[in-house]
Ligand binder design. Structure first.
Ligand code: NAD
Length: 504
């Protein structure tokens, strides 16, 4: 990469640059160069640019791995697989625990890298680093708890013994929105289970993943157990890997559109796959809700990660008697949010990831307005460089507006009204997605009834945040297949073997 892309190195004539600029350069310089194959960082023939979304400028240049390099990394993973699977679980656990400690020891570096490549405010990046580290800790604890069963067959004639074995070499593909946490959520359980893995970060945000791979090596991971393949042409690199019979598992987090394509390609090979895809979360506020808590939860569920999260609240559905006050209070809070580069200590909201994303959000807003929605705050992108979109609140968005059916993936809140519980549930479920739903009520019976009725994998009850390394994360319907985190997370990387034992 090119660490001097953001700021020229200080010369003797110049004043000392501000602290943050020096730190940015240092952190970028610490990112390993190349792709990782068999424990060695190797330069590639070409590189691709990574941009700072707050300025649009080139931040770094990163190795562009080719299908030939991916095949070599898979060769190495296959060679390493038997040894890694046979490594005692306690050793695998200790290695993950060391990686957890190393990651936290460098939390500031990781947070700054995430902010630089992805744009979110530093405080949020610090939160992502802790969340990401939690997966390494959690799965270091799970590595020693992989077990089986010993049972009597129903007819008493034999013993049924089950064991769990690692599925084998895995391909882990992650999106740009949580560049570090989405990768530890996959690589943690893969390594704990005894699988080798090829890591393919998003082309917008490969830097924190490159540093993560370095930390895993420093923690003592043997050569070949992980490979890292940054690329600017993901389809070209991933296609041949999926067609290679030696690959045993694909774990993908990203858009539903790409997920469908990769699931189809995996189907051809009967490759095991996990798909963590897009969401379109409803956020229900009933007439008996604690409105202070609901507004605070709404801000968190909408503005965390700039709204660029699969679990972001996409549709606020509020009982007709509470809607006006909810819109008023949400507008007051959203209009006070400070929009700035994520390194600015006062930034509460950073830029969105790209010009294309910003234009997409602007289009969704103008589509809703054309159909009669009212803008309470925000609505149009500010002038100046960088890819910023302001916090925006809309009401009166009709059901056929694009933002009702699609993930907004930006800091735009749309508020609709409902009349009763049945109407709320019907509207909440009226999309193809099924990742998460949020509900606010003081009635425990209603909370459980509605949670049961929501077609999704996770429900936030009087809470705007569901993510936790110890909980199973995942969805139903178009939101995907499989679970990450929790006790379930490691299952995705294990296959069950059953032994029929005749005692004679
Ligand atoms: P994306 O689908 O464009 O890209 C995701 C990853 O797939 C990237 O690494 C990209 O390089 C790769 N990719 C893209 N096209 C490919 C192809 N043809 N073949 C192989 N690989 C390909 O998604 P994105 O824009 O990076 O991320 C945003 C999406 O991710 C949103 O829809 C969001 O909801 C979803 N997401 C889901 C979860 C979840 O756990 N359910 C978590 C975070 C993000």
């Amino acid at each position: 990469h090119r660490p001097d892309a953001t700021t020229p190195p200080p010369t003797e004539q110049e004043d000392t640059p501000p602290m943050t600029l020096r730190t940015e350069r240092d952190v970028l310089a610490a990112v390993p160069d190349g792709c990782l194959i068999d424990g060695v960082w190797r330069p590639t023939a070409t590189v691709f640019d990574v941009h700072d979304p707050a300025t649009g400028e080139v931040l770094a240049q990163v190795a562009d791995a080719t299908p030939a390099e991916a095949a070599e990394a898979l060769d190495a993973a296959c060679r390493a697989q038997p040894g890694w699977a046979a490594t005692p679980p306690r050793q695998r656990a200790e290695l993950l625990r060391r990686a957890y400690d190393l990651l936290l020891a460098r939390a500031d570096d990781f947070a700054l890298l995430i902010t630089l490549e992805m744009g979110k405010p530093l405080a949020e990046s610090q939160g992502e680093v802790r969340y990401a580290a939690d997966f390494l800790l959690w799965f270091s604890e799970q590595a020693v708890r992989i077990g089986g069963e010993y049972r009597l067959a129903p007819d008493g004639g034999s013993r049924l013994v089950t064991t769990r074995q690692p599925v084998g070499p895995c391909l882990l593909i992650t999106p740009w929105n949580f560049p570090l946490a989405m990768m530890t959520r996959k690589v943690g359980p893969a390594l704990a289970a005894g699988c080798t893995a090829l890591l393919k970060p998003a082309e917008e945000t490969p830097l924190s993943c490159l540093l993560l791979a370095q930390v895993l090596i420093e923690a003592g991971l043997p050569p070949g157990v992980i490979g890292l393949l940054p690329t600017g042409k993901p389809a070209e690199l991933v296609g041949p890997l999926l067609a290679d019979a030696r690959l045993r598992k694909l774990s993908f987090t990203g858009s539903t559109e790409v997920g469908r394509e990769l699931a189809a390609a995996s189907g051809k090979q009967l490759l095991r796959s996990s798909m963590e895809l897009g969401g379109n979360a409803p956020f229900l506020v009933f007439e008996d809700a604690d409105l202070d808590a609901a507004v605070a939860g709404a801000l968190l569920a909408k503005l965390r990660n700039g709204g660029q999260s699969c679990v972001a609240a996409n549709r606020f559905l509020v009982h007709e008697t509470a809607a006006e006050e909810f819109v008023e209070r949400l507008t007051e809070e959203m209009s006070a949010v400070r929009l700035a580069r994520g390194t600015d200590p006062l930034a509460r909201l950073g830029p969105v990831i790209s010009e294309e994303q910003r234009d997409r959000i602007a289009l969704l807003v103008s589509d809703a307005v054309d159909r009669g929605a009212k803008v309470h705050t925000g609505g149009a992108e500010p002038a100046g460089r960088g890819w910023f979109f302001p916090p925006t609140v809309l009401s009166g968005v009709p059901g056929d507006a694009l933002m009702v059916q699609q993930e907004i993936f930006g800091p735009v809140a749309q508020v609709q009204r409902f009349t009763d519980e049945a109407d709320a549930v019907r509207r909440a479920n009226a999309t193809g997605s099924g990742l998460v739903g949020y509900l606010y009520t003081r009635d425990i019976g209603r909370a459980l009834r509605v949670a049961d009725a929501l077609e999704c994998g996770m429900v936030g009850v009087n809470r705007g945040l569901v993510s936790n390394a110890a909980a199973p994360f995942g969805g139903v319907k178009d939101s995907g297949l499989g679970r990450e985190g929790g006790f379930e997370g490691i299952d995705e990387y294990l296959s069950t073997k059953y032994l029929a034992v005749d005692l004679g």
